[in-house]
Design a protein around this ligand. Structure first.
Ligand SMILES: [Fe+2]
Length: 308
């Protein structure tokens, strides 16, 4: 069996991988396949919200990971699942409406149980597939940040943990591209993937970053977010962005700390670069943003919106 490092090298080329997340005999004693935990509700004790209680498991987590692409908006959708868990619970990150059927077919083919359809932020360049997925696969719950002010079954905040099987994603607030942007980072611990993986949305792109001139964007905030929340991760953390326009698929924290042409600069220079990008008004923004604030239900009934 190839080493973990080789797995990730293969993954960079093939956009798919099966990653055993633990080589030790220790196993988690998580008692459900999905859960969102809040580490600091109003600053005090931890609380947990059970979303789908089922059987107790002593399984060793194994991450199934797929990087999927939507060519019109150059969006990456990520599929993650714990295939070491009997239920094979899965989540989709940043699904696109146009490729929702492809994603659901893959999930069915692989025998996974989709529990969450999640977004890193309210996208301006495409309509999220979340609403469509929820209608086609009842039981799936939508997830987005509270700060995004979008409708979803679960709104998450900085520090929350989103569990799927015995794996989890940590929520890091990374505003600046939009006010509600978050980065989802795979958990830390012996049973979690190594290196860690950061799904950065548009906060950090490979050799770039999202624009900061609309949707509550702020160059100052984006600079602070990337440096304090993403560049603070271990240097071998894999960066998986929401988009790429040049064919790149993955980077690392260490690579971007040295090679990102914008975020390696001081904040003043960064702000000046962002101010002078002179980007066109996004083609899809007037359709996508209102739709995505309602989970992708652009022309739905009030009843459908209410269930988004
Ligand atoms: Fe965006």
């Amino acid at each position: 069996m190839p080493s973990l490092r080789l797995h990730h090298q293969l993954l960079r080329h093939c956009r798919l991988s099966f990653i055993p997340t633990s080589l030790s005999s220790s196993s988690s004693s998580s008692s459900s396949s999905s859960l969102i935990t809040r580490s600091r509700p109003l600053g005090s004790t931890a609380s947990a919200v059970r979303l789908m209680g089922t059987m107790a498991t002593e399984s060793t987590p194994r991450l199934l990971f797929r990087q999927l692409f939507e060519k019109e908006s150059c969006t990456y959708t990520y599929l993650l699942a714990d295939v070491g868990h009997p239920e094979k619970p899965a989540l989709l990150l940043d699904p696109v409406d146009k490729t929702a059927d492809r994603d659901l077919a893959l999930i069915r083919d692989l025998g996974l149980k989709l529990i969450y359809a999640m977004n890193t932020h309210v996208h301006a360049d495409h309509v999220t597939g979340t609403g469509l997925i929820k209608t086609k696969m009842p039981g799936v719950k939508s997830v987005i940040s509270k700060a995004s002010q979008a409708k979803a079954d679960h709104v998450v905040e900085h520090g929350d943990k989103i569990h799927f099987g015995n794996l989890f994603l940590e929520v890091r607030a990374t505003p600046g591209h939009t006010l509600g942007c978050v980065t989802y980072v795979t958990g830390e611990g012996p049973d979690q993937p190594h290196p860690r993986m950061a799904f950065t949305g548009d906060a950090l792109l490979i050799r770039g970053c999202g624009r900061t001139d609309f949707q509550g964007g702020s160059s100052h905030q984006l600079y602070q977010s990337v440096h304090s929340q993403i560049f603070a991760l271990p240097k071998d953390t894999l960066i998986y962005p929401a988009h790429d326009y040049k064919g790149f698929t993955v980077s690392t924290v260490g690579e971007e700390m040295i090679l990102n042409p914008r975020l390696t600069k001081d904040e003043e220079t960064f702000t000046s670069i962002m101010k002078n990008l002179n980007l066109a008004y996004p083609k899809m923004i007037d359709v996508a943003v209102p739709a995505n604030l309602a989970c992708g239900f652009q022309d739905s009934t009030p009843e459908a919106r209410a269930s988004a």
